[in-house]
Design a binder for this molecule. Structure first.
Ligand SMILES: Cc1ncc(COP(=O)(O)O)c(C=O)c1O
Length: 409
């Protein structure tokens, strides 16, 4: 009872969750935003709005301070060594493209290999397909077991002397499995390869410490971390970022410009061309402070409890198969499943008729679905503000899906 009360007390922080007839279980796609995030964005526009990093008048300097404060908040959140290791982007996709266009194209050549997992979101696959096509490098895949695990044998076989880049997801957006980052980093670094971590599905659910993980780059989106849509982060080790060419060019990323040439600004501005999303950065900083105030112990405990309950309930329903591990603690709040004889779009539509929002389709991870030989699936993704009552409502609605599609049960 106490836990339920606690989860309800978090819910009141999220205005959208007051909406009638809504059980929001699509948190891996985007999370809802607490009031403090909305207020921080509004505050930027009502109190500090000027073009950051440009004007020398008081208001513009306050806008700059707000933006650079946000960078330090992200630095502390990831435990990066320096604020200039934090580059603001639009989202994970842009961060990974920055890494691929700038680091990838300038460091890869014909005999090199790029290693990804079969579980990658298209955002961490297509940039590397592009980098391979442009440089002649080869793309190699780490394949997973049915439970999403990747064996040490696979790691040793696929990551080798020719590997220059290992770009892997931290948590699969389909299976919920956590990849063995520590082991990957160790083997990659033994082979002098860099590791790029797609943390889009991990940062909202567990502490992520870039120094402890010793990854070279890390990407995430603010909107999956209870922050605004339109702000993302690329973390990179300073010594690597310093050597990389800019990804986008134009205003704000220069020190001086001449007719035929330009000298680029130092980090982090070299990678932040054009007017920056300062209101989004302020909102992201507010989201991080909000998460800090709850703490990952409480977040993990609540999400774990809900995932275990959801898995137990789903297993009772005839025809449902949950993809990935049998252990709820290996799902990071993500349960993707098929229902025998029912297309996931129909599952989603039936759940929607009961006010339940879930994701259906291939989840931007088509190679994984091909590998698993499943055309598509339905995904439930939980956040700490979800409740046991919502999980029971999901189970009840799912229990009726096959009957509503005309099956006896
Ligand atoms: C693992 C993973 N990587 C990357 C992305 C892309 O995120 P965004 O669309 O915010 O760039 C997602 C989004 O669902 C994801 O789940």
């Amino acid at each position: 009872m106490k836990e339920t009360e606690k989860s309800n007390s978090w819910r009141k922080d999220f205005p959208l969750l007051n909406r009638d007839n809504l059980i929001y279980l699509d948190n891996a796609a985007t999370a809802q935003k607490p009031e403090c995030v909305l207020k921080a964005e509004m505050d930027f526009y009502t109190k500090f709005n000027a073009n950051p990093l440009r004007g020398f008048y008081e208001l513009a300097m306050e806008a700059t301070d707000s933006y650079e404060d946000a960078r330090r908040t992200v630095q502390k959140f990831l435990n990066a060594r320096f604020p200039e290791e934090i580059i603001f982007t639009r989202n994970t996709t842009e961060s990974l493209n920055l890494a691929a266009y700038s680091y990838g194209l300038s460091s890869l050549s014909k005999d090199d290999e790029i290693v990804v997992t079969i579980m990658e979101h298209h955002s961490n696959l297509l940039p590397w397909q592009m980098a391979a096509a442009k440089t002649g490098a080869t793309l190699r895949f780490l394949e997973c077991e049915k439970d999403g695990s990747i064996s040490r044998k696979q790691l040793k076989e696929v990551i080798g002397e020719r590997t220059k880049i290992v770009a892997v997801t931290h948590v699969s957006n389909v299976l919920g499995t956590k990849t063995p980052v520590e082991e990957i980093v160790k083997i990659a670094h033994e082979n002098e390869a860099v590791v790029i971590l797609d943390a889009a599905q991990s940062v909202a659910h567990m502490p992520v410490d870039v120094q402890k993980l010793n990854v070279d780059f890390l990407a995430f989106s603010g909107h999956k971390l209870y922050g605004p849509i339109g702000i993302g982060v690329l973390y990179g080790k300073k010594e690597l970022l310093e050597k990389m060419p800019p990804f986008l060019t134009g205003g704000e990323m220069i020190q001086s410009v001449h007719r035929e040439s330009a000298v680029f600004a130092p980090l982090p501005h070299k990678f932040e061309a054009g007017t920056v999303n300062a209101a989004g950065a302020a909102g992201l900083a507010a989201a991080i402070r909000y998460i800090d105030s709850i703490g990952f112990d409480a977040i993990e405990k609540q999400e774990q409890k809900l995932t275990a309950l959801a898995m137990e309930e789903l297993k009772k329903i005839p025809g449902i198969s949950v993809l990935g591990s049998d252990k709820p603690e290996e799902h990071c709040g993500i349960l993707t499943f098929t229902i025998e004889g029912v297309h996931p779009h129909d599952v989603s539509a039936i759940l929607d008729s009961d006010g339940i929002a879930v994701r259906a389709g291939h989840h931007c991870a088509q190679p994984l679905f091909e590998y698993l030989e499943i055309p598509s699936a339905t995904r439930v993704s939980l956040a700490f503000y979800n409740t046991e009552r919502e999980v029971h409502a999901l189970a009840e609605s799912l229990g009726n899906v096959r009957r509503r599609m005309g099956y006896e049960q």
